[in-house]
Design a protein around this ligand. Structure first.
Ligand code: BGC
Length: 759
């Protein structure tokens, strides 16, 4: 009698990916490419987060893929970022412990460190929490360009400059992924505003895309190999990014050699079949009708099953290296104490000292009692809200920080604030875990008599200005970007009263993005930009105020004098104004300092700017050759010529000849940060500059070309504090790369070009 052979299904990890795919039913394939929210019994979690079956896995995680147990395919767990792991801190079925994660400084703060090693260290600690809490892929970092300061999510992102953004993104990814967990670099691309983010059509020239908006992703991906990419919500030149084959396959895979998978942003894109074809492999968080739609599409031949096979293969390849697949026994006990120290170190180094007249900082030893004004001194804003928020165990307040360092605060004034908070509890910060904005407590206005009294009872005024923003809406120009009339008046009054008594006035900015600095800044002696510095806020601010840490942060953005000076001001958030359908990036490549420097605009504070308690010199800029061939080495020396130890950032800008196409006055091409240099100590840097670094994108040929002519290398401590110059010649045109002629805008428009002489 012939024996009946029962075929055992191949198992992932034992059989090849091809064999697994061959064994999958069409239904199973469609199930894998649709996030498991589609199969969730309940749509929402207790704390309101949207989210598949993660309540049974890691509560509060953002989503997961479907498991196909028959083939040994487990479910991958995804959770947000990027300022720390975002999961629920408590669990319904377990009141014996908490699941807090470290609240690291936000992206703008990390970028201000200009310290890739430090950001990688943050990533390492961060990724350890991802792994120890049972998550496979962290949904971050976000590297969208700071096109306009009003973008509500700029705090999550890094900079207006693609090199700085890309390097920071790579550093964080390398750190996180060194733990054996994955990341999802997001939001690919041009999600540079929250207003109408799900539908707005961003119209961008090919050159601006290549040189600015794609470039930072390219640098980050080349430097770190993220496991996944998240496409953005918006349309780009007429089509949703998630549906663009030219973006997700031609550029990302063919040109850049990305090998991981692409997922949508949550509910992003509209045409699921187009998404699959484009190379957007996974639809998140997944909807029941998506599985059926894909199955039907294959059956009725509008989707070739081979496309689905490719999508599935890419997801399986990532699953194979995931902690869940490898059955990692996570502890739910990361070393939060050690990570808090790293969060503090990063927050310290991200602080930018903007102003320091007559050495108001560090606070003089004679100052014993500090009068602390500002809601966010007592309740610091650790980070913005929305999916970029973190459920951290605590946030160190300003007073905890100052007291810990041996200062006293004016308790009477503090009492006025506490009373105000007590009476307005309902307006305080309930939004810490939700995607909704936290309650907006209006800044308390301190009565003149209280100001007089505190000027009498204390030795220094410390005014903290707080700003919050987050997912789903952009910052309001009048009340968030600008200081309100009440705030300005309060600063003037405090300054006047304290100065009359010969006492100094220091402002701390607890903000996620650029704000208007003028004219109020002339009222005060010192300004420290602390950003949203994470859970160690109060300690980190005090570290710099007290002089324990010498500030070494540099601006990752231009702080324009007036909003109308911002190059995208006239085209943000698009038209029609109340509900924008399209936004034209008219400024083209002239974003941030590229605009300010080329159009002769004087900002309040320029890109790359930041003071120190010591002085540095940058000298001995030397180039390895006069004529460029292959690459050129630039060497320069940074020396601490002041009296206290400190760190300095050396920034290398290059001005390129504009004989073929217009070029920005200068562009950042390399940077480095010193170790802690003692007075008199120096450090030499060598940067290698390649033809690719010098090339511009010539749209009509779809080519990156290094034009012939004179290139000036400028070494400085900011984009305007250039201390050394040297030049070299490129003897003849160098063709660096030919790209595909894709992503063309659907309408004709000219990017803005500088008409005035460059600086
Ligand atoms: C955000 C993403 C986030 C996702 C999952 C979306 O609303 O735009 O950045 O990763 O939600 O929470």
């Amino acid at each position: 009698m012939a024996q009946k052979v029962t075929k055992v299904a191949p198992q992932l990890g034992k059989a090849s990916i091809k064999d697994i795919v061959a064994a999958m039913t069409l239904e199973e394939k469609a199930t894998l490419v649709v996030g498991a929210e589609s199969k969730a019994s309940s749509g929402k979690l207790a704390d309101g987060t949207a989210i598949g079956q993660t309540d049974k896995m890691v509560p509060g995680a953002a989503g997961n893929t479907a498991a196909i147990l028959r083939l040994g395919i487990p479910s991958l767990v995804f959770a947000d970022g990027p300022a720390g792991l975002r999961i629920a801190a408590t669990r319904k079925d377990d009141n014996t412990k908490t699941y807090f994660a470290t609240g690291f400084p936000v992206g703008s703060s990390l970028a201000s460190t200009w310290n890739v090693n430090l950001v990688e260290k943050v990533g390492k600690a961060f990724g350890n929490e991802v792994k120890e809490y049972g998550v496979d892929i962290l949904l971050g970092p976000g590297v969208n360009i700071h096109r306009n300061p009003l973008n509500g999510r700029n705090f999550e992102y890094y900079s207006e400059d693609p090199l700085l953004s890309g390097k920071m993104g790579a550093a964080l990814i390398n750190g996180i992924q060194s733990n054996g967990v994955g990341t999802s670099i997001k939001h690919f691309i041009a999600n540079n505003q929250e207003t109408s983010r799900g539908s707005v059509n961003a119209i961008i020239s090919e050159r601006a895309l290549r040189e600015i908006y794609l470039r930072d992703f390219r640098i980050a991906i080349a430097g770190s190999n993220p496991w996944t990419v998240m496409s953005s919500y918006n349309k780009l030149n007429g089509t949703y990014t998630a549906e663009r084959h030219d973006l997700l396959t031609t550029i990302l895979r063919d040109e850049w050699k990305f090998t991981g998978f692409v997922m949508t942003d949550w509910f992003g894109g509209k045409d699921w079949i187009a998404e699959m074809k484009a190379g957007n492999d996974l639809l998140m968080p997944g909807r029941e009708n998506q599985i059926k739609a894909l199955v039907d599409a294959v059956k009725n031949k509008t989707l070739n099953e081979s496309v689905l096979n490719t999508n599935v293969e890419r997801i399986l390849a990532v699953i194979l290296k995931s902690p869940t697949f490898l059955k990692y026994q996570y502890s739910d006990k990361p070393d939060l104490k050690a990570h808090a120290n790293i969060a503090r170190e990063a927050a310290d180094e991200g602080m930018v000292l903007l102003k320091n007249n007559s050495k108001a900082l560090p606070i003089s030893k004679s100052v014993k009692v500090i009068a602390a004004f500002g809601d966010s001194f007592y309740n610091p804003i650790a980070g913005g809200y929305g999916s970029g928020d973190v459920n951290k165990a605590y946030v160190i307040s300003g007073n905890e920080g100052l007291l810990d360092a041996g200062f006293k605060i004016d308790t009477k004034l503090a009492g006025v604030y506490y009373e105000y908070f007590k009476n307005n509890k309902e307006l305080m910060l309930p939004g810490i875990t939700g995607v909704r904005p936290p309650g907006i407590l209006p800044e308390m206005v301190v009565a003149d008599k209280n100001i007089e009294e505190s000027a009498e009872n204390s030795d220094l005024a410390l005014i903290t200005i707080g700003r919050n923003s987050g997912e789903g809406e952009d910052r309001k120009l009048e009340t968030n970007y600008k200081l309100t009339p009440e705030e300005k008046q309060q600063i003037a009054m405090i300054a006047h009263t304290f100065h009359k008594k010969g006492k100094k006035v220091v402002v701390v900015l607890n903000v996620g993005g650029a704000i208007e600095m003028d004219p109020w800044q002339s009222d005060v002696d010192a300004i420290l930009l602390a950003w949203q510095p994470g859970q160690e806020a109060g300690f980190a601010v005090t570290d710099v105020l007290s002089g324990k840490i010498n500030p070494s942060g540099k601006l990752p953005d231009t702080f324009f004098e007036k909003y109308s000076d911002v190059p995208s001001a006239g085209n943000f958030p698009g038209t029609p104004k109340d509900k924008p359908e399209q936004v034209i990036y008219k400024e083209g490549i002239y974003v941030g300092y590229r605009y300010a420097d080329s159009f002769n605009i004087k900002p309040s504070y320029e890109f790359g700017y930041g003071l120190s308690f010591t002085d540095f010199s940058i000298t001995n800029l030397k180039l390895s050759a006069k004529d460029f061939s292959g690459s050129i080495m630039a060497t320069a020396k940074v020396k601490n010529i002041g009296h206290v130890a400190g760190k300095q950032v050396i920034q290398l800008y290059i001005s390129a000849p504009s004989n073929t196409i217009d070029k920005p006055a200068q562009e950042l091409k390399a940077f480095g940060k010193t170790k802690l240099l003692k007075p008199g100590e120096s450090q030499t840097f060598t940067f290698r500059i390649t033809a690719a670094d010098l090339a511009s994108y010539h749209t009509e040929k779809s080519q990156w070309v290094t034009d012939p002519g004179k290139y000036t290398v400028k070494a400085g401590a900011s984009s305007r504090d250039i201390q050394q110059k040297a030049s070299f010649e490129v003897p003849k045109s160098i063709l660096v790369e030919t790209d595909h002629a894709v992503l063309k805008p659907q309408i004709e428009f000219e990017d803005e070009k500088p008409t005035t002489a460059k600086n």
